[in-house]
Design a protein around this ligand. Structure first.
Ligand code: HEC
Ligand code: HEC
Length: 196
């Protein structure tokens, strides 16, 4: 019984002493300004130690990062102010990253994988449902110029970067089969690797 009392006292002290700094120590990764207004943290408060989570550099002035690993979604090197949240009828990312405009905008064009459907249809055969794909291969169907709807929400996979001094260093070492893959991707070419 006594032990429990000591424990609650300790917990209360701990809570009390952290009260002032808790706000800055919480890392919430939300890019939704509406969420911020309804009681979440402001964008500038989200990083560790209250640093902004966004890069300061505007699109066109930032420096790209090496890929985190082969065919990892590249990190967003520029700020995303005014570009997020992505809405059903408004996706600013496309205005600079669609292949037709990428050269003029000096941005990286969306890769072929984003214009490919990797989801086989579900079909009915003799009263049973099955996936319309062969065993031992990745289903892929080109969508031509049409962006796959699964790639519409860019920030689901591509993330902004914070300039922070991490408390715990990341010791992961990337290995690239080809040096070009540090700065580009070729997923649509080797997506069958290890499957076929
Ligand atoms: C005004 C044009 C513009 C808009 C809008 C824009 N970008 Fe960019 N983006 C660029 C340019 C230009 C670069 C190349 C780096 C630079 O010059 O800043 C780039 C680089 C990138 C990269 C790195 C690519 C690589 O090869 O490493 C990613 C990822 C990216 N942008 C994602 C996004 C996402 C997601 C959005 C929407 C939230 C977006 N961009 C909106 C122009 C834009
Ligand atoms: C489901 C996750 C996902 C979504 C959503 C997504 N991407 Fe990607 N993206 C990736 C991955 C993984 C790669 C690297 C492998 C590849 O090329 O497919 C990539 C690669 C890229 C590249 C680099 C192309 C190159 O040639 O190196 C750009 C630029 C890019 N994406 C922009 C975007 C933009 C802009 C959107 C929104 C319209 C978007 N992506 C949506 C996962 C995603």
């Amino acid at each position: 019984m006594k032990k429990i009392h000591y424990f609650s006292l300790f917990a209360a002290l701990l809570l009390f002493s952290c009260g002032e700094t808790t706000k800055q120590e919480v890392t919430v990764v939300t890019q939704d300004p509406i969420a911020s207004q309804v009681g979440g943290l402001l964008d500038d408060d989200q990083g560790l130690a209250g640093m902004p989570v966004y890069s300061d550099a505007a699109p066109g002035t930032s420096e790209k990062f090496d890929r985190s690993f082969e065919n990892a979604p590249p990190l967003i090197p520029h700020n995303t102010e005014g570009l997020v949240p992505i809405k059903k009828d408004n996706n600013m990312c496309l205005t600079c990253h669609m292949p037709a405009v990428a050269v003029a905008m000096k941005s990286t064009a969306l890769p072929a994988s984003h214009f490919t459907d990797y989801r086989p249809k579900v079909i009915e055969k003799g009263g049973k449902y099955q996936v319309d794909a062969k065993e031992g291969e990745v289903y892929e169907k080109s969508l031509g110029d049409e962006l796959s709807s699964t790639r519409y929400n860019c920030t689901q996979c591509h993330v902004s970067q914070a300039k922070i001094d991490p408390w715990v260093q990341n010791n992961f070492e990337q290995v690239f089969r080809d040096n070009n893959l540090k700065t580009s991707s070729n997923l649509e070419k080797n997506i069958q690797d290890g499957v076929k």
